[in-house]
Every structure is written in C-alpha cells, then in structure tokens.
Design a protein around this ligand. Structure first.
Ligand SMILES: NC(=O)C1=CN([C@@H]2O[C@H](COP(=O)(O)OP(=O)(O)OC[C@H]3O[C@@H](n4cnc5c(N)ncnc54)[C@H](O)[C@@H]3O)[C@@H](O)[C@H]2O)[C@H](O)CC1
Ligand SMILES: [K+]
Length: 519
C-alpha cells in the first residue's frame, strides 16, 4: 500500500483542480459520497441519530456533504459547527449553505454553532444525545495542538462512549507522524481520500483510526505518480513476491553460504540464535565464526550451521588478528552477518573496522557491531559492499548522537536521513519497524507485537535478514522480507502465547511463518 504525506496530498489536490481541471467541489462531493458508503458499511444508520461535528475547513466541508446525503436518506442528522459560519469559505462554505437550505425540508435536523464555552454548555446535552458522531473537525490541515473549544468537544465525543466515524483522519492526529496533537478523536472507523497517510499507520495514530478505508475521489493516476510517493506499507503478497520460487533442481549451493561473526563470553546464545535463524530462513549453508575458547560452548547450540574457531582477545572477544582468517572465510561467502553478542572489546572493535574495509559481500551489522560504528559513522563510507544496519532506538541514538526520545518522536525522518546520508539500508527496530533506503524510500512494517519485546529477538532478525541476503535478494528486499517475516513469526506465536515466547521459539517458528506468507 502506498502512503502519502500531507504535502503530497495537497499538491495532488491542487494539480487535479488547477492543472487537470476537476473542480474542488467535485473532489469534495466524491469524498463525501465515498465516506458515506464507508459510514453505511460500518454503522447501522437505521433509526440512528447522527451528529456531524464540523470544523471550518474542507474537512468540515466533507462533513456537510456526508450530512446532506444522510438527510436525503431520511437519517436523523444534526450539525455542530465549531466556528462562525462566516468563516467557512470556498467549497466547504458552499456545502454548508446547501445543508442550511435543506434544513427547512428536514425538521428533525438542526444546525448549531459551538464557538465558546457558553455555546458548548448550551449545546452540550444535545450534542451528547446522539448515537453516532461524524468527526469532520480537522483533517490534513491540522497545524497546531488542539486547544479550547475544539479540545472540549473532542473530549466530550471521546467520553461519550458512542460510535465515532472520522473523516479523512481522526481530528487531532498529525497526518504525517501519527502523533496526538494535544488530544485526538478515538474513531471506530475512518475514511481517508486517495491514499492512506502515515498518521493512520504510525503509533499512536493507528490506535485512533479504527478500521481504515481508502476512498477513490478521482485523483488521476499520473497526477498521483508525479508526487513520487516513497512511503510504503507492505502487505504479505508484496513480501512473498520478493522471495524467488525454488527450482526443482535446486541444491544448498543455490541459496548461498552465509558467514556469521558473533559471540563473546556471556553472549554465546546470540551467536547461535543468529546462525540457527539464518538456516531456518533458507540460507543454503551457514558458517558461524566465534572466539576459539567458546567453540565447545557454542557447538552444542547449533546443529546445521558449521562453526570455525577464530583468534580472540585476552578478554575472550574476537580479535583484530583474526582479520586474515576472516578474509579467507569470506572468499566463498554470499553474505555476512556481523555483531550479535560480539562484545565491545577494543580488539573486537578494531576487527570490525578491518572487516568493513575488506568485505565485498552484502552485510548486516547489528548490536555491538553498531556500537563500534557509532564511534565514527563515516566508516560506512569506506565499505565496498551494501550494508544493512539494524539498530533499536537506543543504538540509533548512539549512531546519531540524539536521545532515544528524539529518535522515537521522529522515527521516519531519522531513519530516512541516516539511510540517505550514509547510503545504507537502515532498519529502525521497534513497534512498526521502519526500513529506510538510500533513495529516501521508507517501508513501515505492519507485523510484530509487544510479545517480542525480549532479548534475542534482534539476533534472530539479523540471521533472517542475512539469510535473505545469502539467497541473493537485493539488500532492501532482504531487509524488508526479514523484518516482515520476523514480525509474522511473532504474530503467529502471539496467537498461542500472548507473550512469554522466546527468541528460540521464534527460530523454531520461522518455517511456519514462511508457509503463512506463501499460503
Ligand atoms: N484530496 C483530498 O484529500 C481532499 C481532501 N479534502 C478534505 O480537505 C481536508 C483538508 O482541508 P483544509 O481546509 O486544508 O484543513 P482542515 O479542514 O483539516 O483544517 C481545518 C481548519 O482548521 C484550522 N486549524 C488547523 N489546526 C488547528 C488547531 N490546532 N486549532 C484550531 N484550528 C486549526 C486550519 O486553519 C483550517 O482552516 C482534508 O482533510 C479532507 O477532509 C477535500 O474535501 C476533498 C479532497
Ligand atoms: K477528521
């Protein structure tokens, strides 16, 4: 699914009206009619008393179109305008006047202005005495935190316990970030126009949107395309299409040999989880390189992956002196996974820098590998091969010098800017993991759940992404497929366990997730 920004949407509107020549009123009529169909699909309107609550902009205009059709359907509908009528201009004003003209024909309808505390007090009871609210207060024109009478009315609607239908986007939600701007409508369903916006998808906006319907309002395809939308919400078929079908005469060499460099004292499980996950995700062969004294500890943890002992530092982490052996190991590998449980020993950090300078295969760098890069992200410019980084917000904070709170408040912008600046695929983990590409494209992962918030999940993800790299998927596809299937794995487990399932359970469940993807 394509996701657009408010600027792109406003530009599409403008170009459709001014260059192509579909009048704005027609777009508003199409929007209102389409939204009405969604309303009728989601709510039983028979005998319902509907309150259309309108702002002064075009979102309100859509509300008036919806209300006009409701009146013609014989539905009891009242209008509450949170503005002076004389401030309602343009297409919205035209549709407001049409509603006013119809009032005379519909005695059960009323038109009430709520512009201050007094008028809210006077109208409050009437407003609450409805079964369904149509929220047409703010749409993509919201440009500040919601205050005053708007806030009071939104809180009254939210506290009413009645059904709520939002026009375009729940009022109070930032359409580009999903942030709640002071207060926001809690909708049961939302009808948006032309394309979904990130605010419908990104937390917490997704929890305010309810069921989302995208209404075609007649924006010509070429005008939409001209805005080059670059935010995507993949669906399972999009991911399945990324993974090549397997030929009948395939053999393990057909699916690549992955080298995993991981593990340090106390973090041996991370290495095993990563290597085992890679095998389960379809890599043809996996070799796991670990510090030599950990071999007897890790070997029993892995069956299918091969293991190789590498030089270690006095504290037991991988040593920079292992770089020659690793160079030789990489000669016949298709991809590299670097970092799970690798530790922050200075010698290991030297090794990581050395590997990045010589590796010529696509690589995924995670965990302490990221912390090494954080010392000097410019090192990414020295890497000859495609790089996928998989930071969680804390690691992203270290990579960017920002706070974790900053990262979480600007996830998409942070991920996109980093990917563009350093020419890497940046996987910003967390609820709704983002996959950002050097060309600015960002995908929002719809799979995953809080049951996955425990140690080891990242090691599994690294192995899964690396396995798709080993199978020769392009880096952005490998990252997207890995993130999506990883989340799908967790979702399938959450159906049975809610939470309490482990990273090891995830590894065991990868084949089931892949089966679901292709079913
Ligand atoms: N192609 C489409 O998507 C179409 C969308 N339509 C609808 O148009 C709105 C956008 O309309 P716009 O007039 O630009 O803005 P809003 O109605 O969202 O804003 C209302 C109004 O409120 C003011 N305002 C903004 N923030 C605040 C605030 N915090 N407090 C008080 N007032 C605020 C702002 O100045 C605006 O004037 C879109 O969502 C769709 O519903 C078209 O109808 C059809 C095509
Ligand atoms: K709205």
């Amino acid at each position: 699914m394509i996701i657009v920004t408010t600027r792109q949407m406003q530009q599409m509107d403008k170009n459709t009206i001014e260059s192509f020549g579909i009048p704005g009123r027609v777009l508003m009529e199409n929007a209102g009619r389409g939204a009405l169909e969604t309303l009728s699909d989601h709510f039983d309107l028979k005998g319902a008393r509907v309150a259309v609550v309108a702002g002064r902009g075009n979102n309100g205009g859509d509300g008036f179109v919806i209300g006009r059709y409701l009146m013609e359907m014989g539905v009891s509908v009242s209008f509450f305008l949170l503005s002076n009528p004389n401030r309602v201009q343009g297409d919205a004003g035209v549709n407001m006047n049409l509603v006013m003209d119809l009032l005379a024909e519909h005695s059960q309808s009323q038109f009430i202005e709520i512009t201050d505390k007094e008028s809210l007090e006077a109208a409050g009871e009437i407003l609450q005495d409805h079964d369904l609210f149509v929220d047409a207060i703010f749409g993509t024109g919201l440009n500040a935190d919601v205050r005053g009478i708007y806030r009071d009315v939104i809180e009254l609607i939210n506290d009413s316990g009645k059904a709520v239908f939002s026009v375009d986007i729940p009022s109070g939600i930032n359409a580009d970030t999903g942030a709640v701007c002071g207060v926001a409508i809690q909708a049961d369903a939302t009808a948006t126009f032309a394309f979904a916006k990130a605010g419908h998808i990104l937390y917490p906006g997704n929890f305010h949107t309810g069921d989302l319907e995208v209404i075609d309002i007649g924006i010509p395809g070429h005008i939409a395309k001209a805005q080059s939308p670059d935010i995507f919400l993949p669906e399972s078929h999009d991911i399945a299409d990324l993974i090549p079908a397997r030929n009948f005469n395939a053999h393990k060499g057909s699916f690549g040999h992955l080298l995993v460099l991981a593990g340090s004292p106390g973090k041996t499980g991370a290495a095993a989880l990563c290597a085992n996950a890679a095998m389960r995700t379809g890599a043809g062969l996996v070799t796991l390189g670990v510090p030599e004294t950990l071999m007897p500890v890790i070997e029993p943890m892995v069956m299918e992956p091969m293991t190789t002992a590498l030089a270690q530092t006095p504290s037991g982490g991988l040593s920079a002196t292992a770089v020659d052996d690793i160079t030789a190991l990489l000669a016949d590998k298709a991809a590299l996974a670097l970092g799970p449980g690798i530790g922050t020993d200075p010698g290991t950090r030297e090794l990581i820098k050395g590997i990045m300078a010589i590796a010529s295969v696509p690589m995924v760098i995670d965990a302490d590998g990221l912390n090494c890069i954080a010392e000097n992200p410019d090192i990414l410019g020295t890497v000859k091969a495609p790089v996928i980084l998989t930071p969680h917000p804390g690691e992203m904070a270290r990579l960017t010098g920002k706070t974790t709170a900053d990262i979480q408040q600007n996830r998409m912008e942070t991920a996109r800017n980093f990917a563009e600046k350093y020419k890497v695929i940046l996987v910003l983990k967390g609820a709704q993991t983002l996959v950002a590409c050097p060309d600015g494209a960002v995908s929002i992962c719809p799979t995953g759940n809080p049951g996955m918030a425990c140690g080891g999940m990242g090691d599994v993800l690294t192995g899964m992404i690396a396995a798709f790299l080993a199978q020769n998927l392009p880096p952005e596809s490998a990252a997207l497929a890995g993130v999506y299937v990883h989340g799908l794995c967790g979702d399938l487990l959450a159906q049975d366990y809610a939470f309490g399932f482990s990273a090891s359970d995830m590894v065991a469940n990868i084949p089931q997730a892949l089966k679901t993807l292709f079913s």
